[in-house]
Every structure is written in structure tokens, then in C-alpha cells.
Design a protein around this ligand. Structure first.
Ligand code: AMP
Length: 543
């Protein structure tokens, strides 16, 4: 017997229509590329999302066509979130920090047909457009009078001219909630970048879960400034949860330095924020140097990389801000665990509470997790035994876009590439990473890409890229190199060889010449052993 409740599909268009009916006057404040502060409301965002949907229909874009963005956090980007997905197309948020060659590869792989970009990124568009044959329309996210006359980009229109005259009434199409809604590429594993393809259902369920009190606790009383970019896993789902709850959103645009973010937090009475540790480091340094305090800020989610204990302590003790340590992945929409205390832990002494809060937290309902040994046997939840972390749930990938990399699942579980312990209260702690990648300032650096560039140098016989601990960036890459017999090359020459071949921040900090790189039985480089060999090594920038 089936239940007799209404079978309404969980669609992203429902989120924005709900926002429009129930908290139309909720504020959305954005620092724009032009430098000014723009103010609008959820009601207006809904209206303009419908106009975006009409404009996309006008381009005759088929259901599931990809519409890419290359943009900061701002109101136009928010409108695209709802207009693109709501009208049945797939929002593809491109990462502007990548090298133009990587942008070209990803845009072509995604088969993007429209690209909407902030004017800051015009030089990237100029560098890539001739190599992206599928993109038919470029939309500059600016006012009509800000459109450059001589950009050299064919079919360039300004966002306002493109959508501004469209009708604000739109009948959102109804379709299967499992239809694709948005996509995000990750270079978090070896090989080519792979895309997680989210659905309306996965996004809506994640939005509900993210708003729960023991998760991000997002409510209509919050003024939220997502520092995490909208191109990084949909700003961790905050825009959707905010539409669902009616929270105020404050977007920093391109002004991401500590001073600008702090000032915006104060003027817009921000209560809540989210971002990777590196951005907070910059803000805390600014606040400390200028003896500043927060007036309204109470909580911040920190994830993407392990949050340093000193940061949690400083936020708590010096600024009265509760840090919610979170763990997740692009492949998980992204939230997996979040660290909040249980009732029985509230009476523990502060030090004992801190030990818990340093962990990545407990699974959110909707995510199941386990740690396993090499044979795949589940390990005990004792807080000591570490193993490979596997997850499953309705907002975890089943496979990558276009089947890239084959079936990633192990008996229905997704292997995260992280190594962790879980304690008897269900708190996860990430202890290591089995995947061969480096995360610097919250952004991935593919060791394979770095190694391939080094190997193209005539003097290099073998090269292995590994991450070294760094207090600001979490990790920075270095490259260990075995020279060809009799070859002569200096550290400086090799570092120079990287210039122009990859994004600047992906260039290794140092070259270490070694006699051998440890290899396993199958000839694979053993990075764990190499890291062990280099354990006394210090990055040049750390003296
Ligand atoms: P991304 O797909 O870019 O979101 O990166 C996900 C990966 O970042 C995870 O698999 C972890 O390796 C790492 N990560 C995310 N959050 C944390 C955290 N709180 N502590 C340690 N590593 C983290």
C-alpha cells in the first residue's frame, strides 16, 4: 500500500518560489565588481531568476544543457543558481583560479553552451573563447553600459540587456526530481578533473539537512556571509538553505581580503559565516593587528581543510565565535560531518570540549560512514583505529559525469580517499589522506599535473610532487627530482620552467634533488615513503 500524500517533486524552483512567497523582503546584499554595495531582496531575486529562465528559453537551450558561470559571490550569481537549474538546465560553476588551459578542458568536457562571467574574469574569457567551440553565448554579468565595445568575444551580451526585459512571470517546468541541476569539477583525485553532477533531489535534501541545528543551523534570524566561493560546491549549499529559511545573505564579491570582509560583517550585522581556514587566517590577522572585535558574528563553519586548533581557540576565546568544524567533499554536495557537542558533553571542562571540537564531527542524517581496513573489513569506532573512510547517502555521488574514472563505488559505498578514525560517540577525525593530491588554501593541486610538467624538462628523469605542511596554506607542493645522468639543471631553472604552464599558485615552492624516488612493487611512486624521507625538510618560505 502506498502512502496517500501528495507526490510533489523536490525541485530547486520550489525553493525560490517559497522564498518569494514567505520572505520576499529578506535582504541580499552584494559587494559588486564595480566596488559599490548592491541591495536587493529574495522577492527580487525570484523575479529576476524567472527572467533568467526566459532568457535561457530564448536561446533555445535544451533540457539539461550546461550553463557555466565564472563569477564571485553576488546577487547575479544567485539568480543564475535558481534561473538555470529551475528552468531545467544544469548550472556549471567554473573555478576562476584555474589556469586557462584547465578552464578550456573542463568547459569542453562539460559541453557548456553559455558562459556567464564577472568582468574581473574577462581576461580568462579572452584567453579561452576560441578554444571552446560549444559555447555559443557569453554573458558579461554587468550593467548594459559597462559592456566593453572591443572585447574581441563574439556573441557577448551584458547580463542586464540579456535578461532585463524578459517577463517576470514564468511557469517553472515540472520534471523528475532526479534530473541534473548543477555540476562541479574536482581535481581531488588523480587523472583528469571529474564532475559531480548534483540533482534537484540531492540538492533539496542537502539544503534541508544543512539547515538543521546540529549542522549549519541556518535560520531566518541569521545574516550569513558565505566566504566560501559559490564555485566551490555551491558555497556548501548555503544559497539553497538560505532560500528555504529566509536567512539574509551578504556576498563579499571580489573583496576577499581580511579588512573588507570584516567591515562587511560589521555593517551588515553578520551572525554567521563559512569558509576554508586560510581566509580566516587573513581576517584574524587583520583583526588582531587593529584590535578589532565582532559586534554580531556568533558562529562560523570552517572546513575544506583541517582547522588548526589555534584558530578554533582564538575564535572562541578572543572573539566569542563558535567554530563549527566541518568535513565534506565536492562528491558529497559537500556536507558529510559537522562538529557540535552533545548534551552529555556540555558539562565537560573546556579542554575536554576543545578536544572534541577539533574533530571533524558527527555524520549528518543522510550520510552514513564507516572506516575499513585494506581488505574492506569495517573497523571499530574506538577513536584510535584508523582506516579508509567510506560514505554513502542520497547526496553522495554514484558515479562521475560521463562515467569518468569508471564505477567509483565499493559495494555501494564511496571511497573518500581520506583516512580517519571514528569514536564511540560517532565523531570522525581525519588523520591522513590516501589520495595523491595536495590541498593549498582550500584548492586542489594535482600532483600528476605538476609531475607531468617537470617530466617534460629535458634534464628530468623522474619527478614526484608532494605536499609539505604550511601554516597559512595548510600545504604547499614541492617537487622531488631525479636528474638524468650527466644532466645539469638548477632549482631556479626548473621552477622557471613551470611559468605559464599552470596557474601560478600551483607551481611548486621548491625543487629537491634526490638520488632515488621510492617505488613500490608495481613501479608506482611511494609518496608516503618519500614524505617520510623528507620529514626533516622545511619549505624555504618558512626559513
Ligand atoms: P573538496 O572536494 O575540494 O571539497 O575537497 C574535499 C577534501 O578536502 C576531503 O576529501 C578532505 O581530504 C579535505 N577536507 C575537507 N574538509 C576537511 C577537514 N575539515 N579536515 C581535513 N580535511 C578536510
Amino acid at each position: 500500500m502506498l502512502g496517500l500524500m501528495q507526490n510533489q517533486q523536490l525541485l530547486i524552483s520550489n525553493l525560490i518560489e517559497f522564498a518569494s512567497r514567505h520572505h520576499a523582503d529578506g535582504e541580499i546584499v552584494s559587494r559588486r565588481v564595480e566596488g559599490d554595495l548592491h541591495r536587493t531582496t529574495w522577492g527580487d531575486i525570484a523575479k529576476r531568476s524567472r527572467q533568467v529562465a526566459h532568457a535561457l528559453d530564448g536561446l533555445k537551450l535544451a533540457f539539461s544543457s550546461r550553463v557555466a558561470t565564472l563569477a564571485w559571490n553576488g546577487y547575479r550569481h544567485l539568480e543564475l543558481y535558481f534561473g538555470v537549474s529551475g528552468s531545467g538546465r544544469v548550472l556549471h560553476t567554473l573555478n576562476p583560479r584555474l589556469h586557462p588551459d584547465q578552464v578550456v578542458w573542463i568547459a569542453n568536457h562539460a559541453e557548456d553552451e553559455v558562459l556567464c562571467f564577472d568582468m574581473t574574469f574577462l581576461p580568462i574569457i579572452q584567453a579561452v573563447h576560441s578554444r571552446c567551440p560549444m559555447i555559443k553565448t557569453y554573458v558579461a554579468m554587468c550593467d548594459t553600459d559597462k559592456l566593453p565595445a572591443d572585447s574581441g568575444i563574439p556573441n557577448l551580451v551584458s547580463y542586464e540587456a540579456w535578461m532585463g526585459s524578459q517577463s517576470a512571470k514564468y511557469d517553472w517546468p515540472q520534471f523528475d526530481e532526479n534530473s541534473a541541476s548543477s555540476m562541479c569539477y574536482t581535481s581531488g583525485t588523480t587523472g583528469n578533473p571529474k564532475a559531480a553532477l548534483y540533482s534537484h533531489r540531492s540538492t533539496t535534501l542537502h539544503a534541508y539537512a544543512a539547515a538543521l541545528p546540529d549542522v549549519m543551523c541556518i535560520s531566518a534570524r541569521d545574516s550569513i556571509l558565505p566566504v566560501v566561493p559559490m564555485f566551490h560546491v555551491n558555497a556548501w549549499g548555503i544559497p539553497y538553505s538560505a532560500a528555504l529559511t529566509g536567512a539574509k545573505l551578504v556576498f563579499p564579491g571580489p573583496a576577499m581580503d581580511g579588512k573588507s570582509v570584516y567591515e562587511l560583517m560589521e555593517t551588515e550585522r553578520v551572525t554567521y559565516s563559512a569558509g576554508v581556514p586560510t581566509v580566516w587566517q587573513m581576517m584574524l590577522a587583520h583583526m588582531k593587528a587593529n584590535n578589532l572585535k565582532f559586534s554580531t558574528m556568533r558562529r562560523t563553519v570552517i572546513g575544506g581543510s583541517a582547522c588548526p586548533p589555534a584558530m578554533i581557540k582564538s575564535f572562541n576565546d578572543d572573539y566569542g565565535v563558535d567554530v563549527l568544524h566541518a568535513w565534506g567533499m565536492t562528491e558529497m554536495s559537500p556536507l558529510g560531518t559537522l562538529c557540535t557537542l552533545k548534551n552529555k558533553q556540555l558539562s565537560l571542562p573546556p579542554d575536554a570540549q576543545m578536544q572534541i571540537r577539533l574533530k571533524q564531527g558527527r555524520a549528518i542524517y543522510g550520510v552514513d560512514m564507516k572506516v575499513v581496513d585494506e581488505a574492506g573489513n569495517e573497523l571499530p569506532w574506538d577513536g584510535k583505529t584508523s582506516g579508509d573512510l567510506l560514505v554513502k547517502g542520497p547526496w553522495v555521488v554514484a558515479e562521475y559525469f560521463k562515467g569518468e574514472g569508471g564505477n567509483p563505488l565499493i559495494k555501494g559505498w564511496f571511497p573518500t580517499g581520506d583516512v580517519a578514525t571514528i569514536d564511540s560517540d560517532g565523531y570522525l577525525q581525519i588523520t591522513d589522506r590516501s589520495k595523491d593530491v595536495i590541498k593549498s588554501g582550500g584548492e586542489w593541486i594535482s600532483s600528476i599535473d605538476v609531475e607531468n610538467i617537470a617530466m617534460a624538462h629535458p634534464a628530468v628523469m623522474m619527478a614526484a610532487c608532494v605536499g609539505m605542511p604550511h601554516p597559512k596554506w595548510d600545504e604547499r607542493p614541492i617537487i622531488a627530482v631525479v636528474k638524468k645522468p650527466d644532466a645539469v639543471v638548477t632549482r631556479e631553472e626548473l621552477l622557471k620552467f613551470f611559468e605559464g604552464k599552470t596557474a601560478k599558485w600551483q607551481i611548486p615552492d621548491d625543487v629537491v634533488f634526490v638520488d632515488v624516488i621510492p617505488l613500490g612493487a608495481t613501479g608506482k611512486m611511494q609518496k608516503m615513503k618519500l614524505r617520510e624521507q623528507l620529514k626533516e625538510y622545511k619549505l624555504p618560505s618558512l626559513g
